[in-house]
Design a protein around this ligand. Structure first.
Ligand SMILES: NC(=O)c1ccc[n+]([C@@H]2O[C@H](COP(=O)([O-])OP(=O)(O)OC[C@H]3O[C@@H](n4cnc5c(N)ncnc54)[C@H](O)[C@@H]3O)[C@@H](O)[C@H]2O)c1
Length: 401
């Protein structure tokens, strides 16, 4: 299969394939063409791709059977994916209506890596987790760089500096990595998550679990948190207010798949923090966990800096790309046969779960609903009524702890 890797959109430093993964794919019988300068932002020169066996081609789209990307291509670039080819990437399908229309028009078989079911079997393809780990790590480094304080305790002839207090809200993949990173830097860390079962994981990393409302029901269901009522949100804010006021750094990661992020930190709570404190809100893409967060901006509110970066994984582009490329290679193994030809088995829950469009139709029920289509009209695309793809919050059939 001819695999093409075009350059990413401006602002995205990560790449879909790294030279070692190119080598693996070529060894499995594929050919790979990459656009010149592809890996510049991630530290992979063209020469490394060429040495791994890739062709460096100014028009990688031409003749491609499979196009690999990190973020969703613009509609203009998506129009360059050859008709009937396949496209794989973090396609953000719920926010990309124009892209979906082009995929339908061009009969592209598109797979969104974020829609891969988070089962044990799909662990090696779980790009959400690999990128969240990189982002959680980077969020703490960003906070450390922005904070006027030194993270670890320092005993010097000029006196003792106490360690920084870091609070992490939401202890999923990104939050746990943030806790571990802050601990490595010597901070005193506390954390909170609405899922009671993560208490043990928080404590095993040497952080304190904050007593605030938890939702016992999520332990029994899919393992994912659900949207909470306004009343629970108010109780959460009241229970967290003192911990937020007492922290030098707050990293927030709380999200609910397919829903706006829960509001955990109000303006009043920020106003109780000391000047010089820093909030890094990792949920800014879905609205933010802090009332003052603005996506991709830094808001200075009475000396407290509230940051809402959405490019955290891209700031550690080399390693984030290494992990993402391995996730992709594992997925490519799932959609190809022994002759390195595209062979999608839509009875495979991983393949079907990740598929957004195929043969001119939206195959992904949640994407179809987000396009405003009823099950019968298929978004003007011949629509299937097959509902096998699980809801985003019900994808976990074999939960990993
Ligand atoms: N099976 C697998 O292979 C696999 C892989 C990765 C993650 N998971 C599971 O996915 C789930 C979450 O993973 P994620 O990191 O993608 O989560 P996420 O990014 O969707 O959310 C981050 C965290 O925010 C928390 N949260 C949501 N609402 C909250 C609120 N109101 N207050 C406080 N915290 C709130 C969530 O519980 C979650 O821990 C976990 O159950 C995890 O074990 C499973």
């Amino acid at each position: 299969m001819r695999i093409a890797v075009p350059r990413e959109e401006v602002g995205e430093n990560r790449v879909a394939l790294t030279p070692p993964v190119v080598r693996r794919l070529i060894d499995s019988g594929h050919s790979v063409v990459v656009e010149p300068g592809l890996g510049r932002g991630a530290g992979f020169p063209d020469a490394d791709y060429a040495e791994a066996g890739a062709e460096i081609g100014p028009d990688p789209w031409e003749g491609a059977e499979l196009v690999l990307v990190v973020g969703p291509p613009t509609p203009e670039r998506a129009s360059r994916v050859p008709v009937d080819a396949a496209l794989v990437g973090l396609l953000d399908p719920f926010a990309s209506e124009d892209l979906i229309r082009i995929l339908i028009e061009r009969r592209i078989t598109a797979f969104a890596m974020e829609a891969i079911p988070r089962t044990t079997l799909a662990q090696g393809m779980d790009a959400l987790s690999s990128q969240a780990s990189a982002a959680g790590y980077q969020a703490v480094l960003l906070a450390a760089a922005e904070s006027p304080r030194i993270f670890p305790m320092m005993i010097t002839a000029a006196g003792t500096i106490p360690p920084v207090k870091v609070l992490v809200l939401g202890a999923g993949v990104a939050g746990l990595q943030a806790i571990a990173t802050a601990r490595r830097l010597g901070a005193v860390v506390s954390a909170y998550d609405i899922r009671p079962q993560v208490r043990e994981q928080i404590e095993s990393l040497g952080a304190r679990f904050i007593a605030a409302p938890v939702d016992e029901s999520v332990a029994a269901a899919s393992g994912y948190a659900k949207e909470v009522s306004d009343n629970t949100q108010r109780r959460q804010q009241a229970a967290l207010a003192d911990a937020v006021a007492d922290s030098d750094v707050v990293i927030t990661t709380a999200q609910i798949p397919g829903r706006p992020a829960p509001l955990l930190i109000s303006r009043e709570m920020v106003e109780r923090m000391n000047p010089g404190s820093v909030i890094v809100d990792m949920a800014s893409r879905t609205g933010g966990n802090c009332e003052l967060t603005r996506r991709d901006e830094v808001v200075d509110h009475r000396g407290v800096r509230v940051m809402g970066p959405t490019d955290l994984a891209g700031r550690v582009a080399m390693d984030a790309s290494q992990m993402y490329a391995r996730n992709l290679a594992a997925f490519i193994g799932r959609i190809t046969d022994g002759n390195a030809e595209l062979a999608c088995d839509f009875d495979d829950e991983i393949v079907f779960g990740a598929c957004i469009t195929h043969d001119g139709e939206i195959t992904h029920p949640v994407t179809r609903r987000s396009m405003g289509a009823t099950p019968d009209d298929g978004a003007g695309a011949g629509g299937t009524t097959d509902q096998r793809t699980p809801e985003p919050d019900a994808t976990e059939t074999e939960e990993r702890s």
